[in-house]
Write a protein that binds this ligand. Structure first.
Ligand code: NAP
Length: 281
């Protein structure tokens, strides 16, 4: 598995499994099958309400905990809960995570970030991250962090490559983890003729060409899937390399257009919403 080095010296696999919108049963199945076939990175979140299921999938896979890079996210309504990290670990069935994010710049997000820093110092998180902190939010946090984040998780794909944000990230060695890497199931990206043509030239599907593009951009990519055949295909992207010319052709697709537009009203709603967690196993 290809890995990238983080600004704290740790390494992270370049491809993993995302679990957004997967029911607990789907998440358990996808995580178990992904780990069995060689994945070593899984991304979940308080808000996905499938952390217990991801923990079960991990244990059922037979892969040792130490060989899995487990990532999760605190939801804003947890930022001021002093037990949020311990409760998250309990749901996952582990005593540490490899990566802990704050999910949104909503509510008292600085309190949330302080929880990440504490988790890092206490060994409950091996690395930390911010999710959806583009623009003014990362700028504000830059002056306030005691420990810098290792990751930012944001929407990124060939239509929206986070050009502006990447300048800030480069200053601090913060790595980008792409969400909606395949367009969240929207067919337009998967059906782009340029991508189909490039994939075909390498004997790969459009999805595989897109995922390889992410890793060659230096991003960590976590495609979500409940389909074991897709999960298998998505891992099979490390035996070919897109040429500079192919990367340049894909760069022409950058329209600076996101699929998802978050509003300030939504941030207020996020802070108020409390996930209804899965019942204990
Ligand atoms: N931090 C945040 O706010 C945030 C927001 C969104 C997502 N995320 C994270 O990022 C991950 C990825 O985002 P996402 O899952 O929303 O979107 P995505 O990975 O861009 O797309 C998932 C969709 O693509 C399909 N798909 C997967 N592999 C495929 C393949 N090889 N060929 C064709 N279709 C394929 C899946 O369907 P099948 O199930 O049929 O394969 C699913 O409909 C999430 O799972 C989550 O972990 C984070």
């Amino acid at each position: 598995m290809e890995k990238i080095r983080l600004n704290n010296g740790l390494e992270c696999p370049v491809i993993g499994l995302g679990t957004f919108m997967l029911s607990p049963a789907e998440a358990e199945n996808s995580v178990r099958e992904a780990l069995k076939m060689g994945y070593s990175l899984v991304d979940t979140a308080n808000a996905y309400v499938n952390e217990r299921a991801c923990g079960r999938g991990l244990r059922e896979s037979g892969v040792a905990r130490k060989d899995v890079f487990l990532s999760t996210k605190l939801w804003p309504s947890e930022y001021e809960n002093p037990k949020a990290v311990d409760e998250t670990l309990e749901r996952l069935g582990t005593d540490y995570v490899d990566l802990l994010f704050i999910h949104q710049p909503a509510g008292n997000w600085l309190a949330g970030y302080r929880q990440l820093e504490k988790a890092l110092r206490d060994g409950k998180a091996k690395s930390i991250g911010i999710s959806n902190f583009e623009g003014k939010y990362i700028a504000e946090l830059e002056g306030k962090w005691e420990l810098p984040p290792q990751f930012i998780q944001v929407e990124a794909h060939p239509y929206f490559t986070q050009r502006e944000l990447r300048q800030t990230l480069d200053r601090h060695g913060i790595r980008l983890m792409s969400w909606y890497p395949l367009g969240h199931g929207d067919k337009s990206l998967l059906q782009e003729p340029i991508i189909a043509e490039i994939g075909k030239a390498h004997g790969k599907t459009p999805a595989q060409a897109i995922l390889r593009w992410h890793t060659q951009m230096g991003f960590v990519v976590i495609p979500g899937s409940r389909n074991v055949a897709h999960i298998k295909d998505n891992l099979d992207i490390l035996d070919f390399t897109l040429s500079e010319q192919e990367m340049a052709r894909i760069a022409t697709l950058d329209k600076g257009v996101r699929y998802y537009h978050r509003t300030d009203e939504q941030l207020v709603q996020f802070a108020a919403w409390k996930p209804s967690y899965e019942p204990a196993d």
